[in-house]
Design a protein around this ligand. Structure first.
Ligand SMILES: Cc1ncc(COP(=O)(O)O)c(C=O)c1O
Length: 447
């Protein structure tokens, strides 16, 4: 039945017809976006925002890059879609480019439509390869919204989706700022986190585990770069117990940390790598799994029991080819590293020196988190784990008022602009953060 919607505003039409992710629907109050260009987003009222969130940390080359937009249009003129059993140039070129930037021995790419499907398939591959069922994942993690991925996820979004039968065992990774190991140095934290992981494996059954999945640098859970030696230690544990090491690079891959993949910062070689987001900056949905030789070869003579109608969709793959070539030609990975080292880290540390409400600054490349606390001694977060608070609501309102889009999770702000952001746009964003944090200083109890 058709309804007369002519008297409704755009936001009313969105609210009455679209069911949104991860929220009680009556609380919906979205920014109504009309258009975007580079690092700027324009809303329905023509207000312009500086995008320090890269949307959901995925527009690594910014919005509307003309080369990628043209590649999508050209591919649409040639061939919009093709069944997965056929071959296609856009698909094999995207796979080749991804492999060229991957670890030594990376053999093949399985394409999906996004991050969570990549995680589902990586776990399925590991289970079939090892003949085992249990999987290890950290409490401080997000791995996606579908059944296996949400059960791997550590954050509270898992709780209503967890019926206790997923075969996932959670453990604590290293995080010195909020250590659960009573550590006082990064080295202690690293050693104790590794010892605890190995104990968990031994008490759960050393031959029970198919895989361990780790965000190389946990993203949504707080951008916590692992201490030196931790990932190498995980690799050794995996080798000792025959466990497949899956690096979830959905958020931290494709330039975000100043390397093509975040694991390249740590000189470690995973067995499977999940990716999505930055592979084509989300211009068309795409994700995938990079497989090592051994796991790939294990499906040479037996059927891989999994597939997708849109595996390797030509529009998505053409966007990936163009996005990766743009990243190469415009030295975007190098830019992310330089901006992190020369502008973001010093700029954010300067803000922390000025605003006591910033308890810690951490990250690298264009991937930084600010811990907002009401007391630096106790590290009391400005919002509880899994929740929000009037203080955080005020921070976010002030941020929006300033015309800045930023990523927020619980008491944290994540400063995650596109990898090709300029120094002057970066300085502008830091100036806006400085202004809105000045307004919330009163929530710092010890001032
Ligand atoms: C590390 C990680 N894995 C998986 C996912 C799920 O990706 P998607 O939302 O594309 O399904 C996300 C999404 O943010 C992520 O950050």
């Amino acid at each position: 039945m058709s309804t007369d919607r002519s008297t409704l505003t755009p936001i009313e039409r969105e609210r009455t017809s679209v069911f949104h992710s991860w929220m009680a629907q009556s609380t919906l109050n979205p920014l109504m976006v009309k258009s975007a260009q580079g690092v700027y987003v324009t809303d329905e009222d023509d207000k312009v925002y500086l995008d320090f969130s890269s949307q959901l940390v995925n527009t690594n080359i910014g919005h509307q890059h003309p080369v990628v937009v043209k590649a999508i249009k050209d591919q649409a003129d040639l061939l919009c879609t093709i069944a997965p059993q056929h071959g296609n140039k856009a698909r094999y070129r995207a796979a080749e480019l991804i492999l060229d930037h991957s670890f030594d021995g990376a053999a093949k790419v399985f394409f999906t439509n996004g991050g969570t499907e990549s995680v589902e398939h990586a776990i399925r591959m590991a289970r079939l390869y090892t003949g085992r069922q249990k999987v290890l994942a950290t409490y401080r993690s997000y791995h996606g919204g579908t059944s296996t991925s949400i059960n791997l996820t550590g954050d509270p979004r898992r709780w209503p989706n967890d019926n206790g039968t997923s075969g996932v065992v959670h453990f604590f990774g290293p995080f010195l700022y909020r250590t659960v190991f009573n550590a006082t140095t990064e080295q202690e934290e690293c050693e104790r986190a590794l010892a605890s992981l190995e104990n968990t494996i031994q008490f759960e059954g050393p031959s029970a585990f198919a895989a361990i999945i780790l965000e190389t640098i946990p993203g949504t859970a707080g951008i916590m770069p692992p201490p030196p030696g931790y990932l190498k230690g995980v690799r050794e544990i995996c080798d000792r117990y025959g466990i497949v090491y899956i690096a979830d690079e959905v958020m931290c891959g494709f330039g975000r940390t100043g390397e093509w993949f975040a694991y390249q910062n740590y000189d470690v070689k995973p067995d499977l790598v999940t990716f999505a987001k930055g592979v084509n900056s989300g211009y068309v949905p795409l994700g995938g799994v990079v497989l090592n030789e051994a796991i790939s070869a294990s499906f040479n003579d037996r059927v891989y029991p999994g597939g997708l109608t849109y595996s390797g969709h030509p529009l998505a793959c053409a966007a990936a080819v163009a996005a990766i070539e743009v990243m190469e030609n415009e030295h975007i990975i190098e830019n992310a590293k330089r901006i992190g080292d020369d502008v973001l880290r010093p700029g954010l540390e300067e803000l922390a020196a000025k605003h006591k409400v910033i308890g810690q600054v951490r990250g690298l490349g264009v991937f930084f988190a600010l811990e907002l606390v009401s007391d630096r001694e106790t590290k009391e977060p400005l919002a509880p784990y899994g929740g929000s608070s009037p203080a955080i609501s005020e921070v976010l309102a002030a941020c929006r008022n300033e015309g800045l889009l930023i990523f927020n999770n619980f008491h944290r702000l994540h400063v995650v602009p596109p990898c090709n952001i300029t120094e002057s746009d970066d300085h502008e964003g830091l100036t806006r953060i400085d202004r809105f944090l000045t307004g919330v200083g009163r929530y710092y109890v010890a001032c």
